[in-house]
Design a binder for this molecule. Structure first.
Ligand code: ADP
Ligand code: MG
Length: 407
């Protein structure tokens, strides 16, 4: 079993994740944005992109974009010379901008609907996209902790120590994979309700603790316990987005009215407005009952139901068994496709942020070396941003203005 952090991606898989045309890969490499390695698959040496390089690529492209923001949707990866000689290629690519809601939770008062499973798949998938992710396990069963391959959770501090014993939240955080941190849980967390009930400002303690480390992350996602507990209430106070996982069976559907009532009550009590998404899980299109429940969910909760539907799949169970991502089991399978759609939808609540990227096509080895250092390259980008913009729009007015600016 390859651990999550050791996954490698084929050029086609990379292109799919980065939403970039595969033919642009050599240019990304030449421009110093992407590093590939050769890996032996059977008897053949294949070009592969290790997880760390995938994440580096996303960091680099986000950095380029943020620096080049004044140039509107243009991440310039070009030198002034390439612009002058017109040797610039453009492509659309996914740029991992900040998600619509930084603090999110997976929630349902009913157990067994797939909360812990989907939370684990979601946080791993978001980390693959280069986002800095913190997962918080708020269930004493510790299923998210185990799903993220942490087997010594019983020896580690949990959110109990933070909320009850005043442990600084940073001391409860562990790193589990590149870009992915976790506050684990263990059985001790099941005893939190009485001491938490006795604390002053009990429902605010969690959001205040999270606020102290929030700046270190792009997205913070909690898996919750299957109850209307004070701990879950505290997470509802902290969250902007509540992801309700509903299995497409009649009992799960029946429990939805209770779940929605709990959320509405919290909104009233704490004067908050929460965004809610309902995720249909374990869908089986061969079963009439599955189809009926999906139809009912969409009819009753129109606007809150995700477009993404998670099919019942052996790959998801296998990923749970391996304590890894569905990408490790079968990157081209239905489950990986479902988790892709779900992640994109929950992160951005709209279309993926795709931007135009400008790449120099005439780089020789020396110029490649000069832009391979991302920090240097970022500075370089700032100075050529407007030139690149001009190259893309072909506006002469812009060009003279740019030349003045940078001369
Ligand atoms: N889409 C799915 N297809 C197949 N099995 C699933 C799917 N989603 C969840 N499961 C399985 O259902 C079981 C319960 O899921 P879990 O995430 O523990 O639920 P919860 O956290 O809501 O109690 C697990 O064994 C998990 O592997
Ligand atoms: Mg669970």
């Amino acid at each position: 079993m390859a651990s999550f952090g050791e996954l490698c991606f084929s050029p086609a898989e990379f292109a799919n994740l980065a939403r970039i045309d595969r033919s642009m890969l050599p240019l990304l490499e030449a421009n110093g944005l992407l590093k590939t390695t050769k890996k032996k698959v059977g008897n053949v040496e294949r070009k592969m992109i290790p997880m760390a390089e995938l994440q580096n690529y996303f960091h680099a492209i986000r950095e380029w974009h943020e620096i080049g923001r004044h140039g509107d949707h243009c991440a310039p990866i070009v030198s002034p010379e390439s612009v002058a000689s017109g040797s610039v290629a453009t492509a659309t690519a996914y740029v991992p901008m900040a998600p619509a809601h930084k603090i999110q939770m997976f929630y349902n008062v009913k157990g067994g609907t797939g909360k812990s499973t989907l939370t684990a798949q979601y946080v791993m998938r978001a980390a693959m996209m280069g986002l800095r992710v913190l997962a918080i396990d708020l269930d004493g069963q510790g299923h998210l902790t185990v799903n993220l391959d942490v087997l010594d959770g019983h020896e580690r501090p949990t959110i109990y120590d933070v909320l009850i014993n005043d442990l600084p939240i940073a001391d409860a955080i562990m790193n589990v994979a590149p870009n992915l941190d976790l506050i684990p849980a263990n059985l001790g967390l099941c005893n939190i309700e009485i001491p938490l009930n006795n604390k002053t400002r009990r429902e605010y303690r969690l959001s205040e603790a999270i606020a102290k480390i929030a700046k270190n992350y792009d997205v913070i996602v909690a898996d919750t316990n299957p109850a209307a507990s004070i701990l879950n209430g505290s997470m509802l106070v902290a969250s902007g987005l509540v992801n309700v996982v509903c299995a497409t069976n009649p009992l799960s559907f029946h429990g939805m009215s209770l779940v929605m009532a709990t959320i509405e009550e919290m909104e009233r009590e704490f004067a908050r407005t929460l965004e809610v998404r309902i995720i249909p899980n374990m869908y089986d299109n061969r079963e009439v009952i599955s189809q009926e429940v999906l139809g009912e969910l969409r009819a009753q909760f129109e606007g809150s139901c995700t477009k993404a539907v998670i099919n019942r799949s052996a790959d998801i169970n296998e990923a749970t068994k391996r304590r890894s991502t569905v990408w490790d089991v079968n990157p081209r399978g239905v489950a990986a496709n479902d988790i892709n759609h779900l992640t994109e939808e929950l992160l951005y609540l709209q279309e993926l942020p795709l931007q135009t990227v400008a790449l120099a096509t005439d780089l020789d080895t020396s110029s490649t070396a000069s832009v391979s250092n991302i920090a240097q390259a970022a500075e370089h980008a700032a100075s050529v941003n407007l030139l690149a913009q001009q190259a893309l729009t072909g506006s002469e007015e812009n060009a003279s203005h740019t030349t003045e600016l940078h001369s």
